[in-house]
Design a protein around this ligand. Structure first.
Ligand SMILES: [Zn+2]
Length: 738
C-alpha cells in the first residue's frame, strides 16, 4: 500500500510546490481559497507557509482527512482507543481476539496457527485460493495455497452475511429510501468477512462511551480499515489508483485487524499540527485552515463582503466513481445517515465522463469568478494528466472568464501546474478556433524542444493556443460538443500536416511520440549551423545540470531542479528521470548531496581528452593514416583521401555532435567516455529520431581505443571489427530511469 491515509484516492502531490509559488503572488498572512478541498496536503502546506486558507468541502471523508491531518490525535489516543476496542467483550471472548481469529491459518511449514496478512481471491468464487503470511515461529513467509481450513472459515462466515449486509446499508440510508439500491450496490464491493468485521467494530464503537478525542482517533483508524476492506485491491497490483468500482479478476483481502494496528503509523507519519476552524470562525494572521462545509455558491456573498481572497489554490477534481461512492458509504458507517444526506447524490451519480466533468467544473469556476477581484491568481494542480482532463479544465476555466497564464507539464506521471488569473468578464465573446493557430503552436513547441514529444505535450501546446485565443468553446455550444470539436481539431492539425512525424506505439493519434520531419527546416540536421535554439532539450538539460554542479558542488536534487525550471519553463520542463540520468552519469551522491565525479571535473576531462587525441593519432599511424585536426574533428587521411573522422566528446551530446559534423555518416566515429554510455542510450530511447541518426554512425567508448592500442597486431580489418562490436546498448551497467 502507498504511504498516507487513502493515498490511492487522494491526488499525488509534490512537497514544496505551493510554498515556492505563494510568496511571489500573495503576502504571508493573507487569505487563500481552495474551492475544491480535494487535497489536504496542498492546503496544509499553504497553511504551514503562513497563509489563511478557506476551504470548501462537501465530501465528509475529504473533510475528515483534512481535519485529522491538521489536528492529529496523539499516538497515545490512537493506542488507547484501539486498546479499549480490543478489550471490550464479545460473549466470553475479548473483541480483539475474536476479530483476529477470523484470520487464523495453519503455517504450511510448521503447522502452528498464525494470522494471515491477507487472503487472495478470484472474482466470483466463494473462498480464497491463497493466503499471504509471515510465520513468527518458523519464519516461513510469502504466498501459499489456501488450506481447507481457510476455505471452511470463509464459507462459514458467509452463512450470516445477509444480516450484516442489511445492517451495513441501514447506517447509510433508511429502508424505505429510494437510494437504498445504490447503497446495496456499493456494499457489494465488500466480502462477507470484512463486512462482518467492519459492522461489528462500528456497532461496538457506539457502545464504548469513548471520550470524543479517542472516538475521533478510532474513527480515523476505522476509515483506513473501511478502505482496506473492499475488493478493489488487485493482485498482483497494477491498478494502483482505482477510478471505477469493479472487482479485479484476482484481488487481495487484507487482515483488517492488522490494518487497524498499522493505521496508527500511517496517520502519525503524515500529520502535523495546524490551526483549523470552521467557518465563520476567524483565523490568526500566522495562518491556518478554515473549513466551509458546503457549496461554493452559498459562500460567495459572505466572502466577498468579509474576506479579501488574494489567491486561489486547489487540486482540480477528476471524476472518480469509486472514491465518491465509497465516501458516501463510509460517511454513513462512521457518522450515520445524517452525515450522508448532503453527499447522497454521489451514490446515484452515473455520469463520470469528461463533458460532465467540464460542466461541473465550469459551474464551480463561475461561482469562484463571482467572489474574486480582477487579476486574482489561481494556482491549480491537475494530477494524473491525460489529454481529455486538460481539455476539460482549460475549457471550463476559460468559459468562466479565467485567463490562462502558464502551464507547466513534465510527464504524464506528474501533476500539471496551471496558473490562471481572474479576467475582466464572466461571459466573454469567444473566437473561432483556427487550425493554423494550433499547427503553429505545435510546430513552435516541437522546434523549441528539438526532439519528439508525447501526444500529451503537443495536445497541451495546441490547447494553450486555443485558450489564449478564447477559442475553446463557442457561445451556443454545450461542453460535450466543445470538447469533441477541440479534440478533432487538434488531431486534424497533427495528421494532415507533412511537417509532423508520428513515432507511433499504435494506430491512434494519441499514442507514441510526435516530432518534426527531417525535411522540416527546423530539425537539427547534419551540417546545420549550430543553433542553440534547436538543440534538443535533453542535450540542453545535460549542459545546464553539469554547469550548475561545477558552480555548486554538493547540491541536493531540489536545488538542481530549481535551477533548471526557470531555464526550461512550461512544456519544456524536464522530467525527473532525465535529471537523474544526467546526475548519475556525471556525479555521485553522498549523504543526499550531488557532486561531480573526480574524473568529470573540467581539468581531469581536458587531460583525458588530450590522451584520447593522442590515441587516435597513434592508432591511425599504425594503420598508415595521417591525422589532421579540422575544427572540432580529427580526420584520418591517406593520400589526401578522407578515411575516417573522429569527434571526441567528454559529454553525451551526440545529437549536437551529429548536427555539427559535415562528414558522411559512414565515415564518422563519435568517441565518448564509458561513463556517458548509459546517458546516451537513455536519450536515444526517448528520442527515436536521435536513435536513427546514431545508428548511421559509429559510437565507441574511450576504453575501446585503449584496448586497440594494446593489440600486438592492428590491421584495418581488426579495427573495423572492433568498433562495430562496441555498441552503446552493451553498456547498461548504470541505472536507466524514466
Ligand atoms: Zn511456521
Amino acid at each position: 500500500m502507498e504511504p498516507g491515509p487513502l493515498a490511492r484516492f487522494t491526488p499525488p502531490l509534490e512537497e514544496g510546490v505551493i510554498s515556492a509559488w505563494l510568496p511571489a503572488h500573495a503576502p504571508a498572512g493573507s487569505w487563500l481559497l481552495d474551492p475544491f478541498g480535494f487535497s489536504s496536503r496542498l492546503v496544509l502546506e499553504a497553511a504551514r507557509a503562513g497563509y489563511r486558507v478557506l476551504v470548501t468541502v462537501n465530501n465528509p471523508i475529504t473533510r475528515f482527512l483534512l481535519e485529522i491531518s491538521a489536528k492529529p490525535p496523539t499516538e497515545t489516543d490512537f493506542k488507547a482507543a484501539l486498546a479499549d476496542l480490543a478489550s471490550s467483550k464479545k460473549g466470553e471472548e475479548r473483541l480483539g481476539a475474536h476479530l483476529q481469529s477470523l484470520y487464523l491459518t495453519p503455517c504450511e511449514k510448521c503447522g502452528n496457527e498464525i494470522y494471515a496478512d491477507a487472503f487472495l481471491w478470484r472474482k466470483g468464487e466463494d473462498a480464497p485460493y491463497a493466503r499471504v503470511y509471515t510465520c513468527p515461529h518458523c519464519e516461513d513467509s510469502g504466498e501459499r495455497e489456501a488450506n481447507p481450513l481457510d476455505i471452511e472459515r470463509a464459507r462459514k462466515i458467509a452463512t450470516t452475511d445477509s444480516l450484516h449486509r442489511s445492517r451495513a446499508f441501514e447506517r447509510v440510508v433508511a429502508l424505505e429510501d429510494e437510494d437504498r439500491v445504490y447503497a446495496e450496490e456499493a456494499i457489494e464491493y465488500y466480502l462477507p468477512r470484512p463486512l462482518y468485521f467492519l459492522t461489528t467494530v462500528i456497532n461496538r464503537v457506539d457502545s464504548l462511551n469513548l471520550m470524543p478525542k479517542r472516538r475521533r482517533a478510532l474513527n480515523a483508524l476505522i476509515l483506513i480499515a473501511c478502505d482496506a476492506g473492499n475488493t478493489l485491491w488487485d493482485h498482483p497490483s497494477e491498478r494502483r489508483r482505482p477510478k471505477q468500482l469493479n472487482v479485479p479478476n484476482q484481488f487481495r483481502e487484507y487482515n483488517l485487524w492488522m490494518q487497524l494496528e498499522r493505521a496508527i503509523q500511517r496517520w502519525t507519519e503524515t500529520a502535523s499540527e495546524v490551526v483549523i476552524e470552521s467557518w465563520p470562525e476567524k483565523l490568526p494572521e500566522s495562518g491556518g485552515i478554515c473549513i466551509y462545509e458546503g457549496r461554493l455558491k452559498d459562500l460567495a456573498e459572505e466572502v466577498k463582503k468579509e474576506i479579501p481572497i488574494k489567491a486561489v489554490i486547489g487540486s482540480l477534481p477528476r471524476p472518480n466513481q469509486a472514491f465518491w461512492t465509497l465516501s458516501a458509504l463510509w460517511s454513513g458507517w462512521l457518522w450515520g445517515r445524517e452525515a450522508v444526506e448532503p453527499y447522497k447524490p454521489a451514490l446515484r451519480r452515473r455520469r463520470y465522463d469528461w463533458a460532465w466533468n467540464a460542466t461541473a467544473s465550469n459551474a464551480a469556476f463561475t461561482h469562484l469568478f463571482g467572489l474574486l477581484h480582477l487579476g486574482t491568481p489561481f494556482f491549480a494542480l491537475l494530477s494524473e494528466p491525460e489529454p481529455s482532463f486538460l481539455t476539460s479544465a482549460l475549457t471550463a476555466a476559460s468559459a468562466a472568464g479565467f485567463d490562462l497564464q502558464s502551464v507547466a507539464l513534465r510527464t504524464q506521471h506528474d501533476p500539471v501546474q496551471l496558473v490562471w488569473t481572474c479576467g475582466e468578464h464572466l461571459k466573454r465573446q469567444p473566437n473561432e478556433a483556427e487550425i493554423e493557430d494550433v499547427r503553429e503552436a505545435i510546430h513552435t513547441h516541437l522546434a523549441e524542444r528539438g526532439e519528439p514529444a508525447s501526444y500529451l505535450h503537443v495536445h497541451a501546446a495546441g490547447l494553450i493556443a486555443l485558450a489564449r485565443h478564447h477559442a475553446l468553446k463557442q457561445k451556443d455550444q454545450e461542453f460535450d460538443e466543445a470538447l469533441r470539436s477541440t479534440h478533432s481539431l487538434l488531431q486534424r492539425a497533427l495528421e494532415e500536416d507533412p511537417r509532423f512525424v508520428h513515432y507511433s506505439g499504435g494506430e491512434s493519434v494519441d499514442t507514441g511520440l510526435w516530432g518534426l520531419s527531417s525535411s522540416s527546416d527546423d530539425l537539427p540536421h547534419r551540417g546545420a549551423p549550430q543553433s542553440r535554439h534547436y538543440e534538443s532539450s535533453s542535450d540542453r538539460v545535460e549542459v545546464a545540470v553539469v554547469t550548475f554542479l561545477q558552480k555548486h558542488p554538493n547540491s541536493i536534487f531540489r536545488e538542481v531542479e530549481q535551477d533548471l525550471y526557470p531555464r526550461f519553463p512550461g512544456l519544456l520542463t524536464p522530467s525527473q528521470g532525465m535529471i537523474y540520468a544526467v546526475l548519475s552519469s556525471y556525479a555521485s551522491k553522498v549523504d543526499g548531496l550531488w557532486k561531480l565525479r573526480p574524473e568529470d571535473l573540467a581539468a581531469a576531462r581536458r587531460h583525458e581528452l588530450n590522451n584520447i587525441v593522442e590515441l587516435v593519432e597513434s592508432i591511425g599511424s599504425r594503420m598508415g593514416y595521417s591525422t589532421r585536426k579540422q575544427e572540432k574533428n580529427y580526420l584520418w587521411e591517406q593520400n589526401g583521401e578522407l578515411e575516417r573522422t573522429f569527434t571526441i566528446l567528454a559529454s553525451a551530446l551526440i545529437g549536437r555532435a551529429l548536427a555539427e559534423t559535415p562528414y558522411p555518416p559512414q565515415k564518422t566515429v563519435i568517441v565518448i567516455p564509458g561513463g556517458r554510455a548509459a546517458l546516451a542510450t537513455y536519450k536515444a530511447q526517448r528520442d527515436p529520431s536521435l536513435a536513427a541518426r546514431i545508428k548511421e554512425v559509429q559510437v565507441v567508448k574511450y576504453r575501446l581505443l585503449r584496448t586497440l592500442i594494446e593489440l600486438p597486431v592492428l590491421t584495418r580489418e581488426t579495427f573495423e571489427e572492433q568498433i562495430a562490436g562496441d555498441p552503446l546498448e552493451k553498456s547498461k551497467s548504470q541505472m536507466i530511469m524514466f
